[in-house]
Write a protein that binds this ligand. Structure first.
Ligand code: BGC
Length: 749
């Protein structure tokens, strides 16, 4: 054994004393969050809670956030965001001395929304515009939606974005909802399943998501303050259910609380919503952020567990500091929220110092955008095989602005700065069809003059003003009916944040559109030629009054940047449509359950009553026996399917098994969507399961098995605040739409 000399012992002790006296370097990731928080000043903590975009370069008007006059202590300066990823919605506040980076948050539901051009470089930063979420939901194909999520996640990652502010999953409560295109469905199960698939896809790339807008943000009218009056049962079963599914199945890193109030309390200030329900009951362990400038009481937001207040201003941080100093706000809430924010920051690419390329594979992503577009387009009508085009169809008389300026996605934060949109006209030409050249020129000139007429949008906040369709005389149309093999008319719509849609000239067709349909039908049918209508829309429109004029109606939604390529493949028959409606197309607006009390901006409403309760969409139409124009779950195919060996039976675990075999008995390859609905003992019909087959060749079959578990059959007991299976008779129905049921069986639970 060697003995240490006295000199060595002195040296070792000396080193030990120096080490224990040198303050330990505190650094996020290397030190615990608690150590980091303990090392932060109150001012730094407050800044971390409020994000970092003073001045918000998009030009929000001051006072936009309600009671706070946001910029009254700081002159608007260019936001931090512009210096990291220009055009992103915001960043958090970094504290470099403690190793806390500022992370970047960017919209949105149809793709990464950032600025495509930057002043200092010729390089471009375009993102892929995928189809709108409504189309995604109409695919009923969670596997492809997940792939879309992977592409969006990859683009976010490679452009330096840490959290994608998507998916959005509010309910299509009423066709007039201005942001319905950003949302999936009138049904919470589809919304939740689609959102979960999307979150799983995005987050598999190592970037986060923010499921939004939590909750009951189902209208744009007075959205910053409107009070949604909803009973507890409806709230849980209809407006929270989708979020619950998404949280449980995909663990989003963040949740964005909604602007509105629910039963008198701002969502962003509501501890029951943000803590008891979201965290305690569902097990959410990420961070909650506000929607941009949401709510009134910043201190209450902090207490309620709305961890991050976006987009941030020094003024709000100052308010938090003052509230802690004067005892109004317990610092433990500040620390708790900072802790949650730090946890998310530690997962981000920026914290991990990921070297982003700024060159995502846009070509590969365009292919996926095309693929999902093909899955989600819905064939509403097809008389006497009008579609797909026969071999004889060569020359197409294509009318409607949407043919030449096909709308890819909606406006506002749901928009995407894409490199291009392939119009329907271009898609058809690429497939070898001919369109009279002069038509393109006429429509281009018409769009230009219409744009001049309506003028420039005064700000980002103004929804696009819809341009008027071109009017044609019967004589002019006759010329094209003679020279072409078929008539095609595209009806298009756009909408976005800040405003709901109107009945007149939006839900209902405009005068010009009605006239066009009548004339086209007369002129083309007189020559024994077909008229095809393409609906390039973001939300439900009225179809009952005019559908007889068309031989076929293809609902293509706003199908993203690959629009024309995908539509042309369906029209030409390369791909059979397989989308099914994720919402109802009513016969008339007054059939919509919330028609009489959906907020009307003319009345400056303070409240919105959810009087229809859980009877939203198909639940209402089925219960009241009101026939819609096209029902929920509906969609035609070029082929036909046979459902055989259908069985609905209890298994030994007390679950209900639904089995069947789907066979393609038509002449085209195609896919079918099987849907399971259950009517509970209280009489409410709900979609409970769905499955889309693979592409079945002619005569090919697919066996489908779906199991209804105990959880699937629960309803919310508002009196006892819990989910339970009500004992009684449940009617289980299997079919391919909410009205076309192949087998129905009562089971007792
Ligand atoms: C929208 C959000 C969006 C945010 C940031 C808000 O106006 O409601 O959906 O994520 O802006 O752009």
């Amino acid at each position: 054994m060697r003995f240490l000399s006295r000199q060595n012992i002195t040296l070792i002790l000396g080193a030990f004393v120096i080490a224990s006296c040198t303050p330990k370097k505190i650094e996020l990731g290397k030190s615990s969050n608690q150590e980091v928080i303990a090392a932060m000043t109150l001012e730094e903590k407050a800044q971390v809670l409020v994000g970092n975009d003073p001045g918000f370069p998009r030009g929000y008007p001051s006072g936009f956030g309600g009671a706070d006059t946001l910029f009254n202590t700081q002159p608007p300066v260019v936001g931090h965001t512009e210096k990291i990823v220009p055009g992103a919605a915001g960043t958090t506040y970094g504290v470099p001395r403690l190793g806390i980076p500022a992370i970047v948050l960017a919209d949105g539901p149809a793709g990464v929304r950032i600025d495509p051009l930057r002043p200092d470089t010729a390089k471009t930063y375009y993102a892929t515009a995928f189809p709108i979420e409504t189309l995604l939901a109409c695919s009923w194909d969670t596997a492809t939606v997940r792939r879309v999520g992977e592409c969006m996640g990859k683009e976010a990652l490679e452009y330096g974005v840490d959290i994608l502010l998507a998916p959005a999953l509010n309910i299509h409560r009423n066709p007039l909802g201005g942001r319905n295109f950003e949302y999936y469905s009138e049904d919470p199960l589809i919304s939740g399943e689609m959102a979960a698939a999307m979150v799983n896809g995005v987050q598999s790339m190592g970037v986060g998501t923010s499921i939004k807008h939590f909750a009951a943000n189902n209208n744009e009218t007075n959205r910053m303050s409107i009070d949604a009056k909803i009973d507890e049962k409806t709230l849980h079963e209809t407006y929270l259910k989708g979020f619950e599914i998404a949280v449980k199945k995909s663990h989003p890193w963040t949740v964005m609380s909604a602007y509105n109030k629910i039963n008198g309390v701002y969502c962003s200030e509501n501890p029951v919503l943000l803590d008891s329900i979201l965290r305690k009951s569902w097990g959410f362990d990420g961070l909650v952020m506000t929607d941009w400038f949401a709510g009134r009481d910043r201190i209450q937001q902090v207490i309620a567990g709305n961890d991050l207040l976006m987009p941030g201003s020094f003024y709000i941080a100052e308010k938090i500091v003052k509230a802690v100093r004067n005892g109004e706000l317990d610092e433990k809430f500040v620390d708790r929220n900072v802790d949650r924010i730090l946890d998310v920051i530690k997962k981000t690419p920026r914290f991990k110092k990921y070297a982003y390329s700024e060159t995502p594979d846009l070509k590969a992503h365009a292919k996926i955008a095309e693929q999902i577009a093909l899955e989600g387009m819905v064939l509403l009508k097809n008389e006497k095989g009008a579609l797909p085009f026969t071999q004889k169809i060569k020359n197409i008389a294509a009318f409607g602005m949407g043919t030449y300026q096909t709308i890819a996605v909606g406006t506002g934060s749901g928009n995407v700065n894409r490199a291009y949109t392939i119009s329907l006209n271009e898609g058809l030409l690429a497939q070898g069809y001919a369109i009279p050249k002069e038509l393109e020129g006429i429509y281009e000139a018409h769009v230009e003059s219409e744009k001049k007429r309506v003028g420039e949008k005064s700000s980002y906040f103004q929804p696009d003003i819809m341009l008027k369709e071109k009017e044609w005389s019967v004589n002019e149309l006759n010329k094209y009916a003679s020279s072409c093999d078929l008539g095609l008319f595209t009806i298009s719509r756009t909408s976005g944040e800040f405003a709901d849609r109107k009945i007149e000239d939006d839900f209902a067709l405009t005068q010009e559109e009605q006239q066009m349909l009548k004339k086209l039908s007369r002129v083309f049918h007189a020559k024994n030629k077909k008229l095809i209508v393409v609906l390039n829309i973001g939300g439900v429109i009225e179809t009952a009054s005019w559908k007889n004029y068309a031989d076929a109606i293809l609902l293509v939604w706003q199908p993203g940047q690959e629009a024309g390529t995908a539509i042309a493949q369906i029209l030409s028959g390369q791909v059979s449509p397989s989308g099914k409606l994720s919402m109802t197309f009513p016969n008339k607006y007054t059939d919509v359950p919330s028609a009489t009390y959906f907020p009307d901006p003319a009345n400056d409403p303070k409240e919105v009553a959810y009087t229809e309760g859980g009877y939203v969409g198909y639940k209402h139409y089925l219960a009241k026996g009101v026939k819609p124009s096209y029902e929920f779950g509906y969609g035609l195919s070029y082929t036909s399917f046979d459902a055989k060996d259908i069985s609905i039976a209890h298994n030994k675990n007390g679950e209900v098994e639904c089995d069947l075999t789907i066979t393609n008995v038509g002449d085209f390859a195609g896919k079918e969507v099987v849907q399971v609905y259950v009517k509970d003992p209280q009489g409410l019909v709900k979609l409970k399961k769905f499955a889309k087959t693979r592409n079945l060749k002619v005569d090919e079959s697919s066996v489908i098995k779906m199991t209804l578990t105990h959880d699937d059959l629960e309803s919310y007991n508002a009196k006892q605040s819990k989910w339970e299976v009500i004992p009684g008779i449940y009617q289980v129905m299997i079919g391919n739409s909410s009205e076309n049921i192949w087998l129905s069986k009562d089971i007792e639970l």
